[in-house]
Design a protein around this ligand. Structure first.
Ligand SMILES: Nc1ncnc2c1ncn2[C@@H]1O[C@H](COP(=O)(O)OP(=O)(O)OP(=O)(O)O)[C@@H](O)[C@H]1O
Ligand SMILES: [Mg+2]
Length: 476
């Protein structure tokens, strides 16, 4: 029961002016009953104690076990426990020194980064980036639950306050990365109110990646073409989709294309996959011509190649109709990759209007109907604007290498990609092959770097695999 509010002195004092004199009113002061204050403190203490094992599991376990040992076995028991722990860590250190050093170093680093980087700058960075309201209201500040470190990144687990969503953080990744002096920031949603912010401590993609070794095994829907920022392989799906690779001149489109071809080599050799290549610049693909089942380099022959691909695709679709809904690569029905370097040459820059129209029709037909019958288009493009390439939405998967303007990022990777941290327009020109991609099942763009396939690598590829691939139907 609340007591009757005590009316403040301001209203009773005869020396103060009355409302009739036209001066301000003062709000009455209500005193919270002592029992309510006490209950609130007990509630807070209980909540703190219940949450403690979840917030500091190692610390709580150590204290509890030590206390139990002392309680049951006395001081000798406690000393024995600590001696066992010391011997165990000594054995670990002597037997697996690297693992021990890494574990200890990373835990110390995590503690240091938690205290001196994240906790210290948390409130100002969140307030300034618009993710928390004010400096006074700590209740409405998302709470850091835990900081962990591995060899390349810090991971900050955060409990969100009611009314904010993981997407709010995704839209502020640039500010967060800047605020904590990290090269980038990625948001991983663990639940509606629980996220992990991943801050790399250095740029893991700064060094070029050599071409991957040629293997005998190929997965056409997961071709290893480079590395992701977290060190895991960047796997490009080609079978069952179409891929558009966009970047200014010198951005490294060639390395994406050649890494994909390199990863497909065993399938090219056994005839379950074919590459039909169009190379208007006569530079990019000419080196590996022996690897391609068909090849074209001028407008007329390129359109003829595309129209042949459309005819084959439609013939296959006719055969599959009512019998088969998806494609399985075989030597009779191989997976066909139509490789188009600088697709705008055919769709926008070619002087012959008829060539442009036919090329556009063929590409549109292939990209809209080819996926389920084993035809994929892998195209490279410098300028993603609509007037240059109005077919870009027919490519389900896109790779954004270095771009000219910020506005082009969303054109390539889709609405909101730039807000979520895909800063393709800011990629360092001295890092060709670095790109942003969107992976299946996640709206957050991922930074990757393609492996660099040098001219010598291509020569070696043609020497090993060139003779094995079919060269029937050479178009040029
Ligand atoms: N993944 C990579 N790693 C390191 N260096 C690379 C990578 N890709 C390309 N390069 C370097 O950048 C140069 C230009 O790359 P590339 O020819 O692939 O660019 P491009 O985007 O195809 O340009 P263009 O549109 O002019 O054909 C290459 O000669 C090479 O030296
Ligand atoms: Mg090129």
């Amino acid at each position: 029961m609340l007591r009757q509010p005590k009316v403040g002195a301001a209203q009773t004092s005869p020396t103060l002016p009355t409302p009739a004199q036209g001066v301000r009113f003062t709000t009455p002061i209500v005193e919270t009953p002592g029992i309510v204050v006490l209950a609130s403190w007990i509630w807070r203490l209980t909540r703190f104690l219940v949450a403690l094992p979840f917030r500091f599991p190692v610390l709580v376990a150590t204290v509890t076990v030590s206390f139990a040992a002392w309680w049951w076995l006395g001081w000798p028991g406690l000393a024995g426990l600590w001696a066992t722990a010391a011997v165990t860590s000594l054995v670990w250190w002597r037997t697996w020194p690297d693992s021990y050093r890494t574990w200890v170093t990373l835990r110390m680093l995590a503690w240091w980064r938690h205290v001196f980087v994240y906790r210290r700058h948390w409130q100002p960075v969140l307030v300034i980036s618009g993710l928390a309201e004010s400096y006074q209201e700590r209740r409405y500040l998302p709470r850091i639950r835990r900081v962990t470190c591995d060899t390349w990144a810090d991971r900050v687990r955060v409990s969100l306050v009611a009314g904010t969503a993981p997407a709010d953080f995704e839209h502020r990744v640039t500010e967060l990365a800047h605020g904590f002096a990290a090269p980038s920031c990625r948001v991983i949603a663990n639940g509606p109110r629980d996220i992990t912010l991943e801050f790399p401590r250095h740029d893991t993609l700064a060094e070029p990646i050599d071409a991957f070794p040629m293997t005998h095994y190929v997965e056409l829907d997961a071709l290893p073409v480079g590395r992701r920022e977290d060190g895991s392989p960047w796997l490009l799906k080609l079978h069952g989709t179409h891929v558009l690779v966009v970047g200014v001149t010198g951005a490294g489109k060639g390395s994406v294309i050649w890494s994909a071809v390199r990863a497909m080599l065993p399938a090219l050799a056994d005839g379950t996959a074919q590459v039909w290549a169009i190379d208007p610049k006569r530079m990019e693909l000419a080196y590996g011509r022996d690897l391609f089942a068909q090849h074209a380099d001028d407008g007329e022959s390129a359109v003829a190649l595309l129209e042949r691909a459309v005819a084959d695709m439609q013939e296959r679709a006719q055969r599959y109709a009512g019998k088969q809904r998806s494609h399985v690569p075989t030597t009779d029905d191989p997976f066909v990759v139509v490789l188009l370097d600088e697709v705008a040459f055919l769709t926008a820059y070619h002087p012959d209007r008829d060539v442009r129209r036919r090329a556009e029709n063929a590409i549109a037909t292939l990209t809209s109907q080819g996926r389920s019958v084993g035809f994929a288009v892998l195209a490279a493009l410098q300028d993603p604007r609509k007037e240059v390439m109005n077919l870009r939405n027919l490519f389900p998967d896109k790779v954004a290498l270095r771009l000219d303007e910020a506005s082009q990022v969303d054109m390539v990777l889709g609405e909101g990609a730039r807000e979520r941290g895909a800063e393709a327009h800011l990629i360092d020109p001295t890092f060709p092959g670095v790109a942003y991609v969107r992976l299946e099942g996640s709206p957050a763009p991922v930074r990757v770097r393609a492996a660099y396939v040098s001219d010598d690598d291509i020569t070696a590829m043609t020497e090993v695999y060139g003779a094995g691939s079919s060269s029937d139907g050479e178009a040029s």
